[in-house]
Design a protein around this ligand. Structure first.
Ligand SMILES: Nc1ncnc2c1ncn2[C@@H]1O[C@H](COP(=O)(O)OP(=O)(O)OP(=O)(O)O)[C@@H](O)[C@H]1O
Length: 585
């Protein structure tokens, strides 16, 4: 056993046990396909009986009587039966594949939609672990639609084969019956360690995935800090644990498979041994004995397949439980709740005794915040590092819901408004201006895909995006790498502002909008923001930069998650200079 060192808890909140209420209904909707597969299983099993009866008849009736005509007609019949069996197996496979394809799209989409619709305060801290659980969805889908699962449909027919054995072999049925019970018990017992291993493996692979994603995202920083080795060691540790557990589950599964094969073969030998005694007493015919041996392996066959499915079953079970947890995370659009829609919002905000912490029961980041922002008002928010400015802006943008108190947009509780409409009214340009894979134009127009070129160009000119396009041979079609890696920090901020302005919000929230810019670019950017505000757009700017305060009329000072000053810009600046505000904190 390899030690796991310090336990990495990133995946804990995604790997619990749960039920799958979103999953089974979709499966139920595809019952027609599964019904078809079961009906075809019945046909396949009945047809395979024909082969066994044929063999028995050849031994008992045709061989002693040299009845060649009957032999040939029976032979043709059996070949036809085999042909039908082949067709039935192919159609069964097709039915399960079709179900798989449809279920894959439906459930995959449902899960991803749910992920996108999850409330931010409820999402997992580790994107990698989160993504890994989504990846594991594949194992659920593969399991429920795998052709080996058809073995499950074969299971009831094992009873049929045992029944036919009793009919033609009398007491000989005790042998396959005992073998069947033995294999079934071993297969069930082995599920216990398999379940534990599958859970542990899922957790560890989520941790490993988290490490990979985190390393890739922060590769530059890792290199500058010479911390690659630390990540490599973490990755290797997880890989070691996964490999060791996978080996354990594989050896368990091989053990069961080998045991089942041995039991199956031993049962065949015992059948022959006992059968010869019975045949010598005239209790069974030679043909019946041969048929019983055949029936013996047929009745145990589904158990062999099922025991080899055990690993996949446990993998799928724990992946389903984790997915279930994701599906139960609180959603932005709660089911059964009618949200107010429309584009009539003016962008007036009111906070009433708002309190917030990122983690449930965590340290409050904001507390007792009450304030009103009228439509078109221009407000600056200042405060020390970590005082809660960004958090306040995220709450105003409706990205997070307050844990205490309420936020109203034009007098309506924000949680009652369709999030899409509310975000069209209030746009947030965050500190970390994220761009996405695609062209520069796609990135600028991401929130306003139908915008006409004239307006796009005007906004691009005002925000300096035109210069970014001009610096590349492909202009506005210049490719932007994932996360916007191909442009500079200041350029990213320019694009972020352009795309917010293009969407024509009623209130624009800016979190350090010019932090990565030189003074000239900053001045241009602020002039652009001021012009947009002159047309009636409200502004809330969180900043450490003096220049940005030039375009606001009102100033709010936040300290330790509380508002310690709120008033006209100049009065607040004077109060700060005189040290009056600090004493109020
Ligand atoms: N996603 C998060 N999860 C948990 N805690 C967070 C998260 N984001 C911020 N915090 C914490 O909330 C507090 C307020 O952070 P916030 O980013 O709002 O401060 P800020 O005033 O904007 O700081 P800065 O001036 O550095 O931008 C900090 O103590 C920070 O550690």
């Amino acid at each position: 056993m390899s030690g796991t060192g310090a336990i990495d808890r990133r995946a804990d909140d995604l790997v619990p046990a749960a039920t799958g209420g979103w999953f089974w209904p979709v499966l139920w909707d595809h019952r027609r396909y599964f019904g078809e597969a079961i009906a075809l299983s019945a046909v396949i099993n009945l047809l395979s009986l024909a082969g066994i009866i044929f063999m028995m008849t050849v031994y008992d009736r045709i061989l002693p009587n040299q009845a060649f005509v009957t032999l040939w007609s029976l032979f043709v019949g059996v070949v036809l039966a085999m042909l039908f069996e082949f067709i039935a197996r192919t159609v069964r496979g097709h039915a399960l594949d079709s179900a798989g394809k449809r279920i894959d799209v439906l459930l995959g989409d449902a899960v991803f939609r749910r992920v996108l619709g999850t409330r931010l305060e409820a999402r997992s801290q580790s994107s990698g672990a989160f993504a890994n659980v989504l990846k594991e969805f594949e194992s659920v889908r593969a399991f429920v639609t795998s052709a080996t699962l058809a073995a499950l449909a074969d299971l009831p027919f094992a009873m049929l084969f045992l029944g036919v054995t009793a009919l033609i072999g009398g007491p000989l049925v005790a042998v396959p019956l005992t073998a069947f019970a033995l294999v079934a018990i071993v297969s069930l017992i082995v599920q216990i360690p398999m379940k534990r291993i599958a859970n542990e493996n899922l957790r560890e692979s989520a941790v490993r995935h988290g490490t990979v994603i985190e390393s890739l995202e922060g590769l530059e920083t890792l290199k500058t800090l010479r911390a690659e080795e630390r990540m490599r060691a973490r990755h290797e540790q997880s890989s070691r644990v996964i490999a060791e557990r996978t080996m354990r589950s594989q050896s368990l599964s091989t053990l069961v498979l080998n045991l089942t094969t041995m039991v199956q073969q031993t049962a065949g030998a015992v059948l022959l041994l006992w059968g010869v005694y019975l045949a010598s007493e005239g209790a069974v015919t030679a043909g019946a004995l041969i048929a019983c041996v055949q029936l013996n392996s047929r009745s145990l066959a589904p158990l062999v397949s099922l025991s080899s499915l055990a690993v996949r079953f446990q993998q799928a079970r724990s992946a389903l439980a984790s997915l279930d947890r994701i599906m139960q995370l609180p959603a932005e659009r709660e089911e059964g709740r009618d949200l107010l829609t429309g584009s009539h919002w003016q962008g007036g905000l009111r906070l009433a005794e708002v309190g917030f912490s990122y983690e449930e029961d965590g340290r409050p980041v904001l507390s007792g915040m009450s304030l009103s922002i009228a439509p078109g008002e221009r407000v600056g928010v200042i405060g020390r590092v970590g005082s809660g400015k960004s958090t306040l802006l995220r709450l105003l943008a409706g990205l997070y819901r307050p844990r205490e108190g309420q936020i109203f947009l034009d007098g309506v509780d924000m949680s009652a408004i369709e999030p899409g409409d509310q975000r069209a009214t209030i746009a947030l340009v965050g500190q970390d201006a994220r761009l996405f894979h695609g062209s520069l134009k796609e990135n600028v127009a991401i929130a306003a895909p139908d915008v006409d070129d004239e307006r796009l160009l005007k906004v691009a000119e005002e925000t300096g995006v035109v210069a970014i396009a001009a610096a590349h041979p492909h202009g506005f079609d210049r490719p932007i790498g994932e996360r916007g890696d191909t442009v500079s920090g200041g350029q990213r901020q320019a694009v972020a502002l352009a795309r917010a302005l293009l969407a024509r919000p009623k209130l624009l929230l800016l979190d350090e909008p010019t932090s990565a810019m030189d003074q000239a670019s900053e001045a241009e950017m602020l002039a652009t923001i001021r012009r947009a505000a002159d047309e009636g757009m409200g502004l809330v700017i969180a900043t450490h930069r003096q220049a940005a305060l030039g375009i606001v009329d009102r100033l709010i000072v936040v300290d330790n998650g509380r508002i310690v000053a709120d008033g006209g810009r100049d009065e607040v600046i004077t109060a700060l200079a005189e040290g009056k505000v600090r004493s109020a904190a």
